[in-house]
Design a protein around this ligand. Structure first.
Ligand code: 5GP
Length: 193
């Protein structure tokens, strides 16, 4: 048994906050002591997404069967998405027991559920400095209709209302600075690099 169990880290933030970029940097910085929990979802895979790596892609029936069986640490129909997403206990418990910290990239409703099981979870909310910057980033993708952008902005607004319930809020205007701040938090909380 390891001398110390791993820590559970929850990373949330609105679409456009840069969660994936920050997450990739953190996983690279903590190659041995941090792993990402692969979520399950009922949404169909996007081109290039791999089952078991990006998500476990489940049918709605399989998802609900597993939900009823109690397989999920948290799960919900993610606001504004129309699909179910969830974290399986099997993605979290075994790693923590091995002394490896686990990071979840989940929405604000999922984060609330996680805190019921793991009240000491390290909750981190990532956001750009202003709502205008968030809107600029969502628009700069250039691939979405005005209607889709408005929907994302609505969802983002709701997510931002929960920001203060997280232990740490990190402004991500510059990725390197955001990652450095999280490194400092991880070091202070005893996650070895
Ligand atoms: P996407 O479909 O773009 O990959 O993810 C959409 C949203 O679902 C993101 O905001 C992400 O945080 C959230 N999400 C992804 N996995 C999970 C999960 O396991 N649980 C919850 N509650 N939300 C998730």
């Amino acid at each position: 048994m390891p001398s110390r169990p791993g820590q559970l880290v929850v990373l949330s933030g609105p679409s456009g906050a840069g969660k994936s970029t920050v997450l990739d940097a953190l996983l690279a910085n903590y190659p041995r002591h941090l792993r990402l929990a692969v979520s399950a979802t009922t949404r169909p895979p996007r081109p290039g997404e791999v089952d078991g790596k990006d998500y476990y892609f489940l049918s709605p029936e399989e998802f609900q069967r597993r939900r009823q069986r109690g397989d999920f640490l948290e799960c919900c129909e993610v606001f504004g998405r129309g699909h179910w997403y969830g974290t399986l206990h099997s993605e979290v418990g075994p790693s923590l027991a091995e002394g490896i910290s686990v990071i979840l990239e989940i929405d604000v409703d999922g984060a609330r559920q996680v805190l019921r099981h793991y009240p000491d979870a390290m909750t981190i909310f990532l956001r750009p400095s202003t709502p205008a910057e968030l809107e600029r980033r969502l628009r700069s993708r250039g691939t979405e209709t005005e209607e889709a952008i408005q929907r994302r902005l609505q969802v983002a607004k709701r997510e931002l209302e929960y920001a203060t319930t997280y232990r740490w809020q990190i402004i991500n205007d510059h990725v390197d600075e955001a990652v450095e701040q999280i490194n400092i938090i991880f070091n202070a909380q005893g996650i070895p690099s």
